[in-house]
Design a protein around this ligand. Structure first.
Ligand code: AP5
Length: 218
């Protein structure tokens, strides 16, 4: 299956992606994760991308489109993928359409996670992630068994640099202006499913599974 997850920062895309890629054995292509991993490489282009991210702005389209084009060349994408956080602008969506058209890889579904702004701020301010394996926690909703330590691998839990209150507000404004128009874009293509993601993780997992089973059967 070829899937796209869209939704505002903190809507649970990464959390749901972990369940989807395990159930459907898909490569998880998170442009945010790719950029965070690349940050440590220290080249000037990567340092510039880090500055955009930490301020809560989008990294330029051409940089992101090149990253996804390169990622699609890996053999693991041939049988499907889960795109998490890409596309985020109409220009990126057009570029994705062109790439997938050339490869004869139509998308099966685009899932949009809808969450209230108040809940997004609560989730992002309390998020902690494992520096070693990427597991995601929340200090209240999904706390680890031992504070600051990953249940899965024992790694250290840290707060993302773009989860400061200033960057969170910028990210929400950027989402409304640049990414929200994609909801209409994919609705017009007839492949959009909107999920009320203001609920418990398990309830959302169940609804997403139903959507994916229906998409698989088409
Ligand atoms: P990215 O890493 O993609 O961040 P994001 O889209 O802002 O989304 P988040 O990762 O913050 O949230 P999420 O929806 O994955 O939620 P999560 O599951 O973690 O991008 C970061 C930056 O990279 C961008 O700002 C930009 O600069 C750059 N970038 C990336 N892609 C780009 C692109 N295509 N173009 C340009 N620039 C790009 O959950 C959040 C918290 O809530 C966690 O603590 C979790 O435990 C908790 N939680 C999850 N679900 C629930 C639930 N149901 N109930 C209660 N708590 C929950």
């Amino acid at each position: 299956m070829r899937l796209v997850l869209i939704g505002p920062p903190g809507s649970g895309k990464g959390t749901q992606a972990k369940f989807i890629v395990e159930s459907y054995r898909l490569p998880h292509i998170s442009t945010g994760e790719i950029l965070r991993e690349a940050r440590s490489a220290g080249t000037e282009a990567r340092k510039e991308a880090a500055r955009y991210m930490e301020a809560g702005h989008l990294v330029p389209d051409e940089v992101i489109i090149r990253i996804v084009e390169d990622r699609f060349k890996s053999p693991d994408c041939a049988n499907g993928f889960l795109l998490d956080g890409f596309p985020r602008t109409i220009a990126q969506a057009n570029a994705l359409d062109a790439m997938l058209g050339r490869l004869c890889w139509p998308l099966d579904a685009v899932i949009d996670f809808a969450v209230s702004e108040e809940e997004l701020v609560r989730r992002l301010s309390g998020r902690r992630s494992c520096a070693a394996c990427g597991a995601i926690y929340h200090i209240d909703a999904m706390p680890p068994a031992r504070e600051g330590v990953c249940d899965r691998c024992g790694g250290e839990l840290t707060q993302r640099k773009d989860d400061t209150s200033e960057a969170i507000w910028t990210r929400l404004v950027v989402y409304r202006a640049q990414t929200e128009p994609l909801i209409e874009y994919y609705r017009d293509k007839g492949i959009l499913a909107t999920v009320n993601a203001d609920r418990d993780v398990e309830e959302i997992v169940a609804e997403v599974s139903g959507i994916l089973e229906r998409a698989k059967g088409k």
